[in-house]
Write a protein that binds this ligand. Structure first.
Ligand SMILES: NC(=O)c1ccc[n+]([C@@H]2O[C@H](COP(=O)([O-])OP(=O)(O)OC[C@H]3O[C@@H](n4cnc5c(N)ncnc54)[C@H](O)[C@@H]3O)[C@@H](O)[C@H]2O)c1
Ligand SMILES: [Zn+2]
Length: 357
């Protein structure tokens, strides 16, 4: 089995990669020390599809478990986190109990934030089920939204185990699968596998599972490297994960989440690429290569006509990276060479928005 080791001293953990791992959840969770109680956080579709497999495997390993299903319509809100806290109380979760998070980014962020804060920390086992959250698994950080803005409340919190099973993506609707391609392109820009990704992109578009696993693994490897070097986001290293996200988080909020995270990110990456090239940081040819890959995903490349500059701007200013009226963006000098700038002007944002309309 392929593995990555996340090195965080006594909070180190493993990320495991293999098709069909969903059938071995019980034995895998057994490897981390728990009190054999588990809360499975998920949604009704995933429970229906994978519930039997997980239950069978947990029972065989001697676990008692309950299910907590997120509300349909899915809000990543503090009230949903509170509902989960009450479930932990009701089913007597202790600091040794496991929380098994089976779902997309919404389920992962809710369960991570609740696990980080309930009794100051439960044992979190992540089983990501969308391409987006497999590629950009919460390796040590999670956030929930406020009505005023996205991802404003969060925690740095290491899971105890991450189980990556690309077979879970088989039933994923095409539009949700596409969302994940934006995160993979983000990591390919950040690291040294953009050339490889260009060659493999057709296979990735066709959901060839071995290719998918390869890019989930490579993306996780980059994310782990950034988070190990800057766990608490104090050194302009971890922040690179946020390439494209200053713009995309604002877009998600301003459109009332009608754009998905991946759709907004595709546009946000384009914004970062345009800004980087206009500043003379990124060459035109590399801008074109990135835009070509983004457009091959079928994700949107332009901002919906209804988005007004003033409201987008006010949401950009609320972004967790921005401070003291400074607009903070991660920009691109080259593949594998990102920089963080805090001197983006309102006019630059306006010009980029005009190019994206
Ligand atoms: N904390 C982090 O590191 C991090 C990283 C990236 C994204 N996020 C967050 O993740 C969220 C987006 O996550 P998402 O794109 O996974 O969306 P999502 O969690 O909203 O899931 C989208 C839909 O896919 C369905 N689904 C999930 N798995 C499925 C499967 N295997 N088969 C069929 N359907 C399935 C869900 O039921 C849901 O309807 C955003 O809120 C974003 O902010 C967090
Ligand atoms: Zn993201």
């Amino acid at each position: 089995m392929k593995k990555l080791k996340a090195n965080f001293g006594d909070r180190s953990y493993e990320v495991l990669y293999q098709k069909g791992l969903i059938n071995k959840v019980g034995a895998l969770v057994k490897r981390i020390k728990t009190d054999n109680l588990a809360v499975i956080v998920s949604d009704s579709f995933l429970k229906k599809t994978y519930g039997q497999k997980i239950e069978r495997s947990l029972k065989a390993a001697g676990f008692k478990f309950t299910w907590f299903l997120v509300s349909s319509g899915g809000e990543k809100s503090l009230s949903e986190v509170e509902r989960l806290y009450h479930h932990f109380v009701k089913y007597k979760s202790s600091r040794r109990s496991a929380v098994i998070s089976l779902g997309g980014g919404l389920v992962q962020d809710l369960s991570c934030y609740a696990s980080a804060t309930y009794k100051r920390g439960l044992k979190l086992v992540q089983i990501p089920t969308t391409l987006l959250i497999q590629a950009d698994t919460n390796l040590g950080g999670c956030a929930v939204d406020l009505p005023e803005g996205k991802s404003l409340v969060g925690a740095f919190y290491q899971p105890s185990l991450v189980i990556q099973d690309v077979e879970l993506l088989q039933n994923l609707p095409e539009v949700i699968y596409q969302d994940g391609l934006a995160e993979i392109i983000k990591y390919a820009i950040n690291a040294d596998f953009f050339d490889q990704l260009e060659k493999d992109f057709d296979k990735l578009l066709k959901k060839n599972l071995s290719t998918v696993e390869k890019y989930v693994y490579l993306s996780n490897k980059i994310k782990l490297n950034l988070t190990e070097r800057d766990e608490h986001d104090c050194r302009d290293i971890r922040i690179q994960i946020d390439l494209g996200h200053t713009f995309s988080h604002a877009l998600e909020t301003v459109t009332g989440y009608r754009l998905s995270h991946g759709q907004a990110l595709a546009i946000g990456l384009r914004a970062a690429v345009i800004m980087s090239q206009k500043r003379g940081l990124l060459s035109v040819s590399k801008r074109e290569r990135i835009e070509k890959l983004l457009s091959a995903t079928n994700l949107p490349m332009s901002v919906p006509k209804t988005v007004r500059f003033a409201s987008l701007m006010s949401h950009i200013k609320t972004d967790k990276k921005c401070y003291d009226n400074k607009l903070v963006f991660v920009l691109i000098k080259d593949f594998g060479r990102l920089i963080v700038v805090d001197n983006v002007t309102v006019n630059e944002v306006k010009n980029v928005l005009n190019q994206l309309k």
